[in-house]
Write a protein that binds this ligand. Structure first.
Ligand code: RVK
Ligand code: MG
Ligand code: MG
Length: 312
């Protein structure tokens, strides 16, 4: 299945930029609060206002790697991407990576194949949210072809996150990005949830997609965190991020502030929510005062432009 009518290129460019900038802004806004209990949105806004620089972490750093590899290879190329992830980590190992990936990059450096290195770190592979937090560029790149998108989302996962639950989190996040970025008008929440259900194979995700429908209007953020999760596992963070984005279809700011306010894995949930909101609303929807402070802003924009050039 794919989108039937494509938007004009200026709109697409704004959405591609919005997605790449949005994931970085979300990551940077959430980073100071990783592991926190519930917060009020104004607390998040205050900390951002007082920061001289908005610095991103491993989430956006790995999204950069995926975008770089897609642009260079014009497709998802497993060995190339594994090399880019490894090289980028070696250059900036201080970005706050999860425990698994650095061990895997060492194995890749030692010569293990790209699709084998991740298998024995956790039983069945990792179901951490690392594969989903970085996948948005693949949602952009394959927005016209959902079969290829699913294949690519899984292939980029297995480099570090071989577990089916880790892979499926990446598939659902990439699909959501493609659904909001690629149509002439972004579908409404029930339609997006309906489409995601068609691609969800794991009961855990199907149940959370059902729960999400009932949470679209709630004022109780605790209910969102308790039903969908706010943790480091893909199934405890991807549904929450999608939910925040669907609850605020007209506001990037409300989406990411809510995503951070859930507490828990704040940088990652806000990174994923920011990718969706930016892809839907375009770069103009991201508050200027955040963009001005974003570390390496120009590089995120450059990658967005090159991703679009590679697909049109
Ligand atoms: C520091 C049991 C498993 C598992 C399995 C759990 C950065 C482990 C980012 C593991 C993100 C954690 C985050 C993370 C991204 C995974 N059985 N437990 N099969 N698979 N886990 O190591 O890249 O913040 O508790 O693959 O997904 O901002 O420690 O890392 O918040 O999930 O790290 O999984 O982490 P990893 P990651
Ligand atoms: Mg992080
Ligand atoms: Mg995190």
């Amino acid at each position: 299945m794919a989108n039937s009518s494509l938007p004009e290129s200026a709109l697409l460019q704004s959405r591609f930029r919005g997605c790449m900038l949005g994931l970085a802004v979300g990551d940077a806004l959430g980073a100071p609060f990783e592991g926190a209990w519930f917060l009020k949105p104004y607390q998040v806004k205050d900390v951002a206002a007082k920061s001289s620089r908005l610095r991103y972490t491993d989430d956006a750093h790995m999204a950069i790697g995926l975008a770089e590899s897609l642009i260079a290879c014009k497709d998802l190329n497993g060995p190339h991407l594994a090399e880019v992830f490894t090289k980028n980590f070696e250059q900036e190992p201080w970005r706050g990576y999860g425990p698994g990936p650095p061990r895997i990059f060492k194995k890749i450096r030692a010569g293990l194949p790209w699709d084998k290195a991740a298998q024995d770190i956790y039983p069945g592979g990792s179901y951490g949210n690392g594969a989903a937090m970085r996948v948005a560029p693949a949602g952009l790149f394959y927005f016209k072809d959902f079969n290829k998108l699913v294949e690519a989302a899984r292939a980029q996962s297995i480099i570090t996150h071989a577990h089916l639950l880790g892979q499926e989190g990446a598939v659902l996040l990439a699909l959501t990005v493609a659904l909001v970025a690629g149509g002439s008008r972004a579908p409404a929440a029930p339609e997006i949830i309906g489409q995601l259900k068609q691609y969800a194979a794991e009961d855990l995700y199907l149940q959370k997609l059902k729960d999400m429908e009932a949470l679209l209007e709630t004022k109780d953020l605790g209910e969102i965190a308790s039903k969908l999760g706010n943790g480091v596992e893909a199934f405890n963070s991807v549904p929450a991020a999608i939910c925040c984005a669907l609850r605020h279809p007209g506001s990037f700011e409300e989406t990411v502030l809510e995503a951070v306010s859930l507490g828990g894995d704040t940088d990652t949930i806000a990174c994923m929510a920011g990718a969706i909101a930016g892809a839907r609303l375009g770069s103009e929807a991201i508050p200027q005062q955040w963009l001005e402070k974003l570390e390496n802003k120009d590089y995120f924009e450059e990658l967005a432009v090159k991703l679009l050039e590679a697909v049109i």
